[in-house]
Write a protein of this length. Sequence first.
Length: 201
Amino acid sequence: MSAAELRTHLLPAVLPKGWTSQADPAHPGPGSAAIGEPRCAFPGGGDVADAGATDAVASATASFSGGHSAGGGVMAGAETLYSFSGDGAARAMRRIRQLAAECAKVVTPASDPPGFTERIAAVSGPRLGDDSIRVRATTTWSDHPRDVQHDDALVVREGNTLIVLWCSPTPQAEVDTVLSFMPEAVAQVRSRHPAPVEPAP
């Protein structure tokens, strides 16, 4: 699918439980956020997925928000769709798993505040699409070792398309809530008449 077609298959404007979605401006290029970054300089699961998708021929992204965080704020998430030619999507899934293994643990010196430890792992995702991965990303800090932030991403391959959901660093329960939209996201990609990503004017 082209970027324009992908955009129509993003999560719809009105989501369950009062969440809303809006398509973001076009990316400068698929996987562009990872280009030029030092090896394993990934702040979260979504960045690992993005780095594995550099062979995509088109992409589109939407941001969504709703619900209430543990701190009383509004939870936020995002979705990116990547389209590939040939077996590019399957190769991207292999690359994501490889990057997660290569970057399983990143430690910055405690003398370089705030020193932190980041752990990345690719585990099996839900039984959706042709293949799925959950990229688990956790961060702890040297000055607050009990504080843990989760920045997971869920990646599902549907044919030549990768569907990626991720969220800002947040408690695990909130991550799970954001990623729970994956069945709707897969249905949008499969649909011949997807619900509009933006409200009608």
